[in-house]
Design a protein around this ligand. Structure first.
Ligand code: FE
Length: 307
């Protein structure tokens, strides 16, 4: 197992904090796990064992403040920090406790403009599934879409090659899929994994720095993706795409906008990823699409609304 374990939390800027908390709790089914002196709200899925996976603050423009990955240990954190600095990436240490229940974080900015953080410790959750004789589910676990866990983010920005190489070379990720640009050589998008999942982060080439396409949550079946579409619709949230089958990573997915216009994905995939497997390549198709959907329509929006 790699030193970087998984995406641990996203820090989001939202337009109206209470409206967002309502959406993430009632529609997605997250549980509120804390609020801090700065007014930030911490949430998690019912099943996640750590304190928080979604941290929100109110701001005039919506978007991603940071994507944080949990690493195996404090020693792994120090090792990764040293490796990043050796690769020319300047890192900042943020004190333990700056985020509720979260240990020291190592923060750095990708050449794509995104802020990434690494941390080794987060307190165990006091809400959600019990660890001793846990029930399979209960009323709290079945709220709304009832997402199981934060899965990945899709980020748009420049300097894709450098960012890809930083993840694969320094952070120990491996490439699972790639979509080629129009020249048939350069990468237009890359799917990177640090686990057995098809992607823990996806990066897409884009002229503007630091953009977020979506934050993704996993559910346990394709039926639950259909239910997610129902829940988005019943909550009057705008569905952006799906439910659809995406050839890349084999996801069955639905994407909708949260109250701030941040795109949220709910998906199910049974695909696995292993570091010894060669990556899948998606060739550029007519109309500028990076891949075709199952019905052979090309994707018509390569640069959709981003936050
Ligand atoms: Fe996704």
């Amino acid at each position: 197992m790699n030193a970087v374990l998984r995406p641990g939390h996203v820090q989001l800027r939202v337009l109206d904090l209470e409206e967002s908390v309502h959406f993430y709790r009632e529609v997605l089914g997250l549980v509120e796990s804390g609020r801090d002196a700065q007014g930030r709200v911490y949430m998690k899925t019912w099943a996640e064992r750590d304190h928080s996976s979604v941290i929100m603050r109110e701001a005039p423009t919506p978007g991603l403040d940071a994507l944080a990955f949990k690493v195996r240990s404090p020693a792994a954190l120090a090792q990764l920090e040293a490796s990043l600095q050796a690769a020319g990436v300047s890192c900042t240490r943020i004190a333990a406790g700056d985020l509720l229940a979260t240990g020291e974080r190592v923060q750095f900015r990708l050449p794509s403009g995104h802020v990434i953080e690494l941390y080794a410790h987060k307190d165990a959750a006091s809400t959600g599934a019990a660890l001793i004789d846990p029930p399979l589910w209960d009323a709290d676990s079945e709220q709304g879409i009832a997402v199981q866990r934060l899965d990945h983010c899709v980020l748009y920005g420049p300097a894709l090659d450098e960012v890809r190489d930083l993840f694969t070379g320094t952070l120990g990720f491996f490439l699972t899929e790639r979509a080629l640009a129009q020249d048939g050589v350069a990468d237009f998008g890359v799917w990177l994994s640090t686990s057995s999942r098809p992607c823990d982060i996806v990066l897409v080439r884009h002229v503007d720095a630091g953009k977020l396409h979506h934050v993704s949550f996993r559910v346990g079946s394709t039926e639950q993706v259909l239910k997610a579409a129902d829940c988005f619709s019943m909550a009057r949230m705008q569905i952006d795409a799906g439910p659809f089958r995406d050839p890349a990573t084999g996801r069955f997915s639905v994407q909708a906008f949260d109250p701030s216009g941040i795109r949220i994905e709910v998906f199910f995939s049974s695909h696995d990823a292993y570091p010894d497997q060669a990556p899948i390549t998606w060739r550029w198709k007519k109309g500028g699409a990076a891949m075709t959907l199952r019905d052979q329509r090309t994707r018509d929006r390569l640069f959709p609304d981003l936050t």
